[in-house]
Design a protein. Structure first.
Length: 285
């Protein structure tokens, strides 16, 4: 049987999040310390642990069939590669920052200035789009130190919480793009391995839907049911079951986490009681 070759980042937060979601979709991987490759016990899949920046070329060459990779890396090095699923974790942004003492407040203030970055293609495209001329210094590693040692007037790098910028005396003045982990595939993937990817996508969608929603159970008097049913979005319509208590019913439904507290407040205001909330492990539609 064919095995799908999928790459994940060798270490770091993206690695941890990638292995976590593989586990959540039911794929058990025997990955010992310092291994470069590991096989799944219960699924036709091999995991390759690679440097994030190397993954686009491996995809392009067909050495691997798929990868869980930061979208920012694909934009920089693999914008010709196909993204088949956005995964919603390892979110960050690619931003331009300058020293806190700098008078620069926006991108236009960097005209003719020096920018240190590990993302030259992304920065060049953004500068051209905005008609800004700047000199790029390409650095692989700790970009944040460049202004402090006089190498550059500003930097462009990935930002998560912003704590690294703060520690290095920098302030963010422009966001070039927002990024998250994505599932990308090789243009040379075989038909058989594409079918395996389709199975993985189906499982991923179920887990991601579960993360975005909460299961809610509540009790309500029967004379308030029509209004409460209007409030509850549900997947189709809420489930209604009679309670032993006369003229009362139990309702079961699903609420999107982004709307959760507003919906709960409205339910309570319309007579709902005994509201229980449960996480959803998988949501298969």
């Amino acid at each position: 049987m064919s095995k799908l070759k999928i790459a994940v980042q060798k270490s770091g937060r993206l690695h941890d999040d990638s292995m976590k979601i593989l586990k959540e979709i039911g794929i058990s991987v025997d990955n010992g310390k310092d291994q470069l490759k590991a096989s799944a016990r219960n699924f036709p899949l091999e995991v390759f642990y690679l440097r994030n920046s190397d993954i686009p070329q491996y995809l392009r060459d067909g050495v691997i069939d798929a990868a869980i990779i930061g979208e920012n890396v694909l934009i920089e090095k693999g914008n010709d590669l196909k993204v088949v699923e956005r995964l919603g974790f390892s979110k960050c942004r690619v931003s331009i920052a300058v020293p806190k003492s700098s008078e620069a407040k926006s991108l236009k203030d960097l005209e003719g200035k020096r920018i240190a970055t590990s993302y030259p293609n992304t920065v060049n495209q953004f500068l051209e789009k905005n008609n800004i001329n700047a000199n790029l210094h390409i650095i692989n590693g700790s970009v944040e130190i460049a202004p402090n040692i006089g190498l550059a007037d500003g930097i462009c790098d990935i930002v998560s919480s912003g704590s690294t910028l703060y520690k290095n005396g920098l302030k963010e003045i422009e966001v070039l793009l927002k990024s998250e982990a994505v599932l990308a595939t090789s243009p040379k993937i075989s038909k058989e391995n594409q079918e395996i990817i389709n199975k993985i996508q189906f499982r991923l969608k179920s887990v991601l839907r579960g993360r975005e929603n909460k299961y809610v159970l509540l009790n309500a008097p029967n004379d308030k049911l029509d209004k409460i049913v209007e409030i509850l979005p549900g997947m189709n319509s809420p489930t209604i079951l009679p309670l032993a208590k006369e003229s009362w019913s139990s309702l079961h439904s699903v609420i999107n986490k982004n709307d959760f507290w507003d919906v709960i407040d409205e339910l309570k205001a319309n007579g709902a009681e005994g509201i229980l909330v449960c996480p959803i492990e998988n949501m298969v539609l």
